[in-house]
Design a protein around this ligand. Structure first.
Ligand SMILES: [Zn+2]
Length: 310
């Protein structure tokens, strides 16, 4: 709460168009392009964030990266990306992009699109609907199998998705999901369907790229399992859309979840890859590209502050 207040006070001057533009000019900040990262947010907030960044304009992710790669200017250019493929988010925000002719890239985790909810969606469901009590872990994880109270269990699960591989995470989460009555399971966010993806993909303004198969932290996977994830997700999207997939978005995207090996393997299969490490396109490696993350509760002024300080 306090941090939010401080951020809002710091961002106050950025409410003013002139202040934002002069700040960028003075520090020569508008000379580097950047990639925006969105998750679940309302179309109203999304549209006003993009408009607040004017005169910078969205261009295609591929075009932005090509320009950057070839040493051409990316001044006042940015790319829009949305992660995770949640139906409501994709459909509503695609409408805004289509109306404004804003190019957008959607990163899809293919298991989710094919029907298995994302790990953090399952934890949110457990947090909501799991009854209070003590819980045993179904498997021994690093000598841990003791009883956990619900609150501790939820914290433990949130922690483990960054540390354990997909098989451990899935078996653990699905074990607890079994305690939840069927009718509540439907409250987890639905994924966008392949039929809808194909329809949106007909437009020149949209692109669908890979966010892995199981939305697992790359650093937790063995070389062969990570390779499978990278190749399989690419193949599934390419086969469904008959279009080339050349970009990968690291699930969770923090430096801890991206090992040196992940970056190496990704660079063998994809032309570029995006993280959730904040920054602009400046001295960035093509398979470790920074992004600037914006959320529903960010004011336009805070969105500008984030861009100005990145
Ligand atoms: Zn994600």
């Amino acid at each position: 709460m306090l941090i939010k207040k401080i951020k809002n006070i710091l961002s106050m001057p950025f409410k003013n168009d002139k202040f934002f533009h002069n700040y960028q000019k003075f520090f020569n900040h508008s000379s580097s392009g950047y990639i925006l990262s969105f998750h679940d947010l309302s179309p109203e907030t999304f549209e006003s964030h993009i408009q607040a960044l004017s005169p910078a304009k969205p261009i295609k992710l591929n075009e932005l990266i090509e320009r950057y790669k070839n040493g051409k200017t990316t001044k006042d250019c940015f790319a829009i990306t949305f992660d995770d493929g949640v139906k409501k988010t994709v459909l509503e925000n695609w409408k805004i992009c289509k109306k404004n002719k804003w190019p957008v890239t959607f990163y899809l985790p293919t298991d989710y699109i094919n029907g298995d909810n994302l790990p953090f969606q399952k934890i949110e469901l457990l947090n909501h609907y799991l009854e209070e009590g003590s819980f045993d872990l179904p498997i021994l994880i690093k000598d841990k199998k003791k009883l956990l109270k619900k609150k501790l269990l939820i914290r433990y699960l949130y922690n483990i998705i960054y540390k354990e591989n997909d098989l451990v995470v899935k078996s653990l989460l699905d074990h607890f999901i079994n305690f939840i009555p069927e009718k509540f399971k439907k409250s987890m966010p639905s994924p966008i369907s392949w039929r809808e993806i194909k329809e949106i993909n007909k437009s020149v303004y949209s692109s669908f790229q890979s966010h892995g198969v199981s939305h697992t932290a790359c650093s937790t996977l063995s070389e062969s399992r990570l390779k499978d994830e990278l190749i399989e997700s690419k193949n599934i999207i390419e086969q469904n859309l008959n279009d080339k997939v050349n970009s990968f978005c690291y699930p969770y995207g923090s430096s801890k979840t991206i090992s040196k090996l992940s970056e190496k393997l990704v660079s063998e299969i994809y032309e570029n890859a995006t993280t959730l490490i904040r920054g602009k396109l400046k001295n960035s490696r093509l398979h470790y590209l920074p992004r600037i993350d914006l959320y529903e509760d960010n004011t336009n002024a805070l969105a500008r502050l984030k861009v100005a300080l990145s």
